[in-house]
Design a protein around this ligand. Structure first.
Ligand code: AMP
Ligand code: MN
Ligand code: MN
Ligand code: MN
Length: 278
């Protein structure tokens, strides 16, 4: 099964609109696609309408989201797969994040002003337009203003983990996010565990606590992660009786991982998508 259960549109920090994303997924031979924008389902409707308008849709579309949350003082992302985007739990959550992300954008802007880079909040909001505002919009603004030579440098110097723009005080705890996903009929998936740069012991605790609070799957294969890392995450996943997910975390054409361009799940994994494919 060529499943890609993690990607972004321009409803959050992705570069393609939902229709262009669907076309690209079809061209790449994806058979099951979940759109998982950061803290919003705004991109889903257009994609769903587009797929429904086709006589022979190239793939099955799943409604998803990638929620921002915190666990033990680190920011963790929880993907919700197969959620009902019209459920009050989803609508309320997205409304909450819209407000929280605008507040966070003000806080990031204040910090950047103190560092000699004024106007970033307005600049990032303008670049985001109607999208859910995120740090990548700040990175694009800092690059456009010549404060940095690349978006990557913007993260390394100002926006990445532990830097002034890394504000996660507004995110809800992991167990709360898990309960919103379950309430909306979805499957909570712990996103990209390797990206949190934790010790093995901490990752074990994270996965165990995620399972204990109602989490049901872990992203075992994601983006450009190497096979050794996927095997390690696969073991954690199996030890906790969780299903395995996979996704590109595609945000746009190169340098991002391409849609559907991921290696297979390690042996012994229980694919999370079994419940959606007939
Ligand atoms: P936010 O959702 O506002 O917390 O921003 C997080 C997003 O920033 C991630 O989903 C990535 O898309 C992006 N990001 C994080 N680190 C980097 C980096 N080093 N270079 C480019 N983009 C990054
Ligand atoms: Mn992103
Ligand atoms: Mn993420
Ligand atoms: Mn993502």
């Amino acid at each position: 099964m060529r499943a890609d259960l993690h990607c972004h549109t321009n409803a959050s920090d992705g570069l393609l609109d939902p229709i262009a994303l669907c076309d690209r997924a079809a061209q790449r031979g994806v058979e099951l696609l979940a759109i998982t924008d950061h803290d919003t389902v705004a991109g889903v409707q257009a994609a769903r309408d587009y797929m429904r308008s086709q006589l022979l849709p190239a793939f099955q579309l799943l409604v998803g989201i990638e929620y921002s949350s915190v666990w033990a003082h680190i920011g963790v992302h929880i993907v919700g797969l197969g959620i009902d985007d019209s459920h009050t739990a989803t609508i309320e959550a997205c409304r909450f994040y819209g407000k929280a992300r605008r507040e966070r954008a003000e806080m990031i802007g204040t910090r950047l002003t103190k560092l000699g880079m004024p106007g970033a909040t307005e600049g990032a909001l303008a670049l985001a337009g109607s999208a859910q505002i995120g740090r990548p919009h700040f990175a694009r603004y800092l690059l456009a203003q010549g404060h940095v030579r690349s978006e990557d440098e913007a993260f390394t110097r100002y926006l990445g983990a532990g830097k002034p723009g890394d504000i996660k005080a507004l995110w809800p705890p992991m167990d709360e996010v898990v309960s919103w996903i379950r309430a909306a009929g979805g499957v909570p998936v712990l996103a990209h565990p390797i990206k949190y740069r934790q010790t093995g012991a901490r990752l074990r605790r994270l996965v165990a606590e995620f399972a204990a609070c109602g989490g049901q799957a872990v992203e075992v294969v994601v983006g450009r992660q190497v096979a050794d890392e996927s095997r390690f995450v696969g073991q954690l996943c199996q030890q906790n009786g969780l299903a395995a997910s996979q996704g590109s975390d595609f945000h746009g054409p190169s340098p991002w991982c391409e849609l559907g361009d991921i290696h297979a799940l390690p042996a012994g994994s229980t694919p999370v998508w079994q419940r959606w494919v007939s």
